[in-house]
Design a protein around this ligand. Structure first.
Ligand SMILES: Cc1cc2nc3c(=O)[nH]c(=O)nc-3n(C[C@H](O)[C@H](O)[C@H](O)COP(=O)(O)OP(=O)(O)OC[C@H]3O[C@@H](n4cnc5c(N)ncnc54)[C@H](O)[C@@H]3O)c2cc1C
Ligand code: SF4
Length: 316
């Protein structure tokens, strides 16, 4: 690991000011992804700004009837919050489907959104990877790619975003709140938060350098039955091959978000209009324009069948 300096920030303003003094620094929260990347020298920040003790660890009701989840709320605390379990069950279920108990005790809301891909070539510094080293190529295209994206990918990168939590947040129309060093606050819909890989897969979100995530807000609850189903190679402690999150209302309408198939949690609102017609119609809208590789075409029927099972479960 490359050597680095370290400081702990006491306030969001101190954290963003510290970044302004040391451009190229990284915020560190739970450290469960960033430290691994630093040990492998995939990320080599010269300076770390510890944001884990910021007073951003509360889950509060909003005046609109929703929830404001502080950026430093741990995944375990979020999953077990009584309001989340009652009104946003999909989020609680997606969280507990991720990682392990120990990791969820450390992992934060902001860090989870910003965790990086699990493409094996991204983690292997002997391999070309446009995301790790822009312009070097993509070893996954034509390589081992059964885990990779079938929608939204580009000629430069076919990696997926690995977060389970983000899939549920996308279904709830969450927004990401941020602040920068000038004190400017933004609320970014999660739908617009992740950037398509295009020719610049190393740029993963719309955040500016040094912009700090302070919270994620959820609109008021939408009711319905919530089911999250993650298909993976092992029964636990494994990333999604695909995952399906649904919210289904009594009249058969609802929402569907998918994980493990693209660079972001995947939701196509127009496809949800097909819910009363069943999984095949919805899946065809969700996967419109899908492009598969020699190893990952199985994801298309897997999405449709998993969605069929999840809808049957949701309808009781
Ligand atoms: C073995 C293993 C298995 C896992 N399995 C799963 C799984 O099945 N499903 C799943 O969803 N996840 C899984 N994870 C990933 C885990 O959920 C993430 O590592 C974790 O959520 C990251 O949160 P963190 O707080 O530790 O982030 P950190 O590692 O501290 O940071 C991650 C990134 O976020 C940035 N950051 C942190 N806070 C802020 C902020 N407030 N503002 C701006 N930038 C910030 C950091 O600079 C860094 O770039 C797994 C991880 C491991 C190690
Ligand atoms: S898919 Fe993306 S992350 Fe994986 S090797 Fe290609 S460029 Fe790198």
């Amino acid at each position: 690991m490359k050597s680095f300096t370290y400081e702990r920030a006491d306030t969001p303003a101190a954290a963003t000011a510290a970044f302004a003094r040391a451009p190229g620094a990284r915020f560190i929260a739970g450290g469960t992804n960033l430290l691994d990347l630093m040990k492998l020298e995939i990320e080599t920040p010269a300076h770390l700004i510890d944001v884990s003790r910021l007073a951003l660890d509360k889950i509060e009701a909003t005046k609109e009837g929703g929830l404001r989840i502080g950026a430093m709320v741990r995944n375990t605390d979020l999953a077990s919050d009584a309001r989340v379990r009652r009104d946003y069950g999909l989020l609680s279920r997606a969280l507990v489907a991720g990682a392990s108990g120990q990791l969820r005790n450390k992992a934060t809301t902001a860090g989870n959104l910003l965790q990086r891909t699990r493409c094996p070539y991204f983690y292997d510094t002997n391999q070309p990877c446009n995301k790790r080293k822009p312009g070097s190529g993509c070893a996954a295209i034509g390589g081992f790619n059964r885990l990779h994206a079938v929608v939204g990918a580009s000629e430069a990168c076919i990696a997926t975003h690995p977060s389970d939590m983000a899939v549920a947040m996308r279904a709830f129309d969450a927004a990401v709140e941020t602040v920068d060093a000038a004190g400017k606050v933004r609320a970014i819909p999660l739908a617009d938060f992740y950037r398509a890989p295009g020719t610049t897969p190393h740029l993963e979100t719309v955040l500016a350098p040094g912009e700090l995530i302070t919270a994620v807000t959820l609109p008021k609850p939408v009711g319905g039955t919530h089911v999250y189903h993650k298909v993976r190679d092992r029964a636990s402690y494994a990333f999604a091959l695909i995952s399906v999150g649904v919210i289904v209302q009594r009249d058969g309408t609802g929402r569907v978000a998918l994980g493990g198939i693209g660079y972001k949690p995947w939701r196509v609102e127009a496809a949800e209009a097909e819910l009363p017609r069943g999984a095949k119609a919805v899946a065809s809208g969700l996967l419109a324009g899908a492009k598969t590789t020699h190893e990952n075409a199985y994801k298309l029927p897997l999405v449709e069948r998993t969605l069929a099972g999840v809808l049957a479960q949701a309808k009781g």
